[in-house]
Design a protein around this ligand. Structure first.
Ligand code: ASP
Ligand code: MG
Length: 414
């Protein structure tokens, strides 16, 4: 008998009818002879509504109370799911994160799972129950309820799969998998059959919707994650840690897995910075202290002892970043800065790129042929990123998707 862990997102349980639809899918997995554990998000926009409601009561919600409040959203969907399954004649029980043994640290709003005690879940499975665990929440040593951060139910699911020793974790959502590019920008974007954990992390942080921490969990505990639609029986995308199954040696196109795009980008340039030791530290430490994460950093070669320092931040952090920059500008020997918020990031991602040359030039050629100017360039082992004008992002994404033939089905090696 196999143990299956499934997760259903908020849009899959947005109303009573959808809850009944999910219940019959869960029942099917049980009828197939499996032990079934599921975790569910709050119905539809419940979490947003609860946050909004707290905001109407106070401008400064107490973090402990806020987590207790938000955890109720998942309790609603889980209890309703248990009722639906029982009504269909199945034995089913809902458990809060605490009851399911999900232990976390005390960082309210972004708690990290410290460990899972699977005893109660196993006990309920042995009694023949379908077990429904509230997503996105856990409990501290002091028995206070915590939440795992937005989209945290993905993490609950993968952690449960790891903690229970399931062969894999199945995540059901409102799209049929992970795409080679954002289908809103690139009409020929194609669902991938599979993608590596590391690749998925790069794609996730650029907008494909999966909670990055859940991917890290899957990678660490080597739990393959299936992402598929809760509204169809399409096969979905499997995220796994196995070697690159699709590399077809000699076929450059199979080594780029997908295109990631991001418009939450702004750029700051500080002009005429004195070139001496400690400059970068005295700029980036205060930004880190202000919780502004800095991404691409370029320092120009210095001319007569001064240099320009350019870096990018999230567009949503731009105002906060400038508040930090202004007072320390003089300390840096600089008299001025400029900022721009009309940029976007576009990346090609693929583990196969790391040991094969030629990807960067091929990317730049495709952008040049599309008359797209590159503002900045940055790379990691499995990613090449260019900053471009936001208005050219769709053109850039389509040009690269075509240049790397991502619209064609990938061929499997061997
Ligand atoms: N309900 C929570 C949220 O909306 C957690 C989740 O959906 O995974 O962020
Ligand atoms: Mg949600």
């Amino acid at each position: 008998m196999a143990l299956i862990v499934q997760k259903y997102g908020g849009s899959s349980v947005a109303d009573a009818e959808k809850i009944l639809n999910v219940a019959s899918r869960v029942a099917r997995a049980h009828d197939d002879g499996n032990q079934v554990v599921i975790t569910i998000s709050a119905m539809g926009n419940t979490t947003d509504e609860l946050i909004e409601l707290a905001g109407q009561v106070t401008g400064h919600p107490n973090p402990r109370e806020m987590d207790a409040l938000l955890s109720t959203g998942e309790m609603v969907s889980c209890t309703l799911m248990a009722m639906a399954l029982r009504d269909m004649g199945y034995d089913a029980i809902s458990l809060s994160g605490a009851q399911a043994g999900i232990h976390t640290d005390t960082s309210y709003g972004k708690a990290r799972i410290a460990g899972i005690d699977p005893a109660r879940v196993h006990q309920e499975l042995d009694r023949g129950n379908i077990v429904i665990v509230a997503g996105f929440q856990g409990v501290t040593e002091d028995m206070d309820v915590t939440t795992l951060g937005r989209g945290g139910s993905d993490t609950t699911a993968v952690a449960l799969a790891a903690g229970l020793g399931a062969a894999r974790c199945e995540i059901y959502t409102d799209v049929d998998g992970i795409y080679t590019a954002d289908p809103k920008l690139v009409p020929s974007a194609r669902k991938m059959d599979e993608v590596g954990f590391e690749e998925m992390l790069e794609l996730a942080s650029y907008g494909a919707k999966m909670n990055p921490r859940s991917i890290e969990f899957g990678m660490y505990y080597n739990v393959p994650i299936l992402v598929a639609s809760s509204f169809s029986d399409n096969p979905g995308t499997i995220i796994h840690g196995g070697g690159d199954m699709e590399v077809n040696v000699g076929e450059i196109r199979n080594r780029v897995r997908g295109i990631a795009t991001d418009t939450n980008v702004a750029k700051i340039t500080i002009h005429g910075v004195t070139d001496r030791p400690g400059i970068a530290a005295s700029l980036f430490q205060p930004l880190a202290d202000a919780d502004v994460s800095v991404d691409v950093i370029v320092q120009n070669a210095s001319v007569r002892g001064t240099t320009d320092m350019t870096f990018t931040v999230n567009r949503t952090d731009l105002a906060r970043a400038l508040e930090v920059v202004e007072p320390i500008m003089r300390e840096l020997g600089s008299g001025s800065y400029t900022s721009a918020d009309n940029l976007a990031k576009i990346s090609i991602v693929g583990t196969g790129m790391q040991d094969a040359p030629g990807y960067a030039s091929r990317m730049f050629r495709a952008l040049a042929d599309g008359d797209i100017n590159i503002d900045m360039i940055t790379t990691s082992e499995i990613r090449i990123t260019c900053l471009v004008d936001e208005r050219q992002l769709a053109d850039a994404a389509n040009a690269l998707h075509e240049a790397f033939q991502l619209d064609k089905p990938q061929e499997h090696a061997g």
